[in-house]
Design a protein around this ligand. Structure first.
Ligand SMILES: Nc1ncnc2c1ncn2[C@@H]1O[C@H](COP(=O)(O)OP(=O)(O)O)[C@@H](O)[C@H]1O
Ligand SMILES: [Mg+2]
Length: 266
């Protein structure tokens, strides 16, 4: 396992994000939802960093901020030393190339009207980079036949669709892969395969991984470091094996008691 000795790649400091629910009365303002309450974290180059917490704890909000898909209410995010919080899209090209995302549900993240060839090539086209043989190469890397290129997402199973989403994310040769519950929407029988694929690719390509799950047993198989989130805060962080063996925070212990076993994972 790589050590944590790498240089900091993503440094978040004091991140808060307040959402405002739509107002339901003319006289009262919409209710404020404090999705993040001052989150700080450091992800180092080559690290596999897991974020775990139950539904509603703020995991997806945190990822959206780290990926500059949303802006924090307060706080700072540095990527490779550069502040990204609040940057306009035209100044985020370096991030769009260096960091790619795999979402929970490939059915909604993949445009059903596009062929696999175009879905996988799209990030390259968007960056104005040549496609060449990259689609075939990527399909092979995720265990799909070259013939998949001419087909549409609905012609595949859920697990295969997530393979397509992974191929697409890898297209621009990112340095960081971010995954938000990438197996939670999949059939239990294929979760292990997709996690193994992700772990193998991260290893082979030397990627930095930021991986979100509500399940610490899943995080433990893919990550070396974990941050435990509860109600918009990181309550515990450390080497995942240590947190697993000896959770310090009461909330982590509760999470651990709820852990199911993961079938099909080697
Ligand atoms: N766009 C939004 N508008 C209002 N509230 C939101 C929005 N997105 C998330 N929230 C709220 O923020 C909190 C954290 O949500 P989220 O980050 O999706 O958590 P998780 O991914 O851990 O399930 C929840 O209370 C959720 O209802
Ligand atoms: Mg979420």
């Amino acid at each position: 396992m790589p050590t944590h000795a790498g240089t900091p790649l993503i440094e978040a400091s004091g991140l808060t994000r307040v959402y405002h629910r739509p107002r339901t009365s003319l006289t009262r303002p919409g209710e404020a939802v404090h999705a993040l309450r001052g989150v700080s974290l450091t992800v180092r180059k080559g690290e596999r960093y897991g974020i775990v917490g139950e539904s509603g704890s703020g995991k997806s909000t945190l990822l959206r901020l780290l990926c500059a898909l949303d802006r924090p209410t307060a706080g700072s995010i540095r990527f490779d030393g550069r502040e990204i919080a609040g940057l306009p899209e035209r100044r985020l090209r370096f991030l769009r190339q260096s960091l790619q995302i795999v979402f929970q549900d490939p059915m909604s993240s993949l445009d059903p009207r596009m062929r696999v060839r175009d879905l996988v090539a799209e990030p390259l086209v968007a960056l104005g980079e040549p496609v060449g043989d990259r689609v075939t190469e990527l399909l092979d890397a995720v265990g799909l036949p070259a013939s998949a290129a001419g087909r549409y997402p609905h012609q595949f199973s859920g697990g295969q669709r997530q393979r397509i989403a992974i191929a697409r994310a890898l297209a621009p040769r990112p340095e960081v892969l971010v995954a938000d519950e990438p197996v939670s929407a999949l059939d239990v029988s294929v979760r292990g395969q997709i996690l193994n694929l992700l772990a193998d690719l991260v290893d082979e390509l030397g990627l930095t991984l930021v991986f979100v799950s509500h399940d610490l047993s899943v995080v433990r198989h893919v990550c070396e470091t974990v941050a435990v989130m509860n109600d918009g805060e990181i309550v515990e962080t450390g080497a995942v094996d240590d947190v697993w063996a000896e959770p310090r925070h009461a909330y982590t212990r509760t999470l651990l008691r709820a852990v199911p076993t993961l079938e099909g994972f080697r």
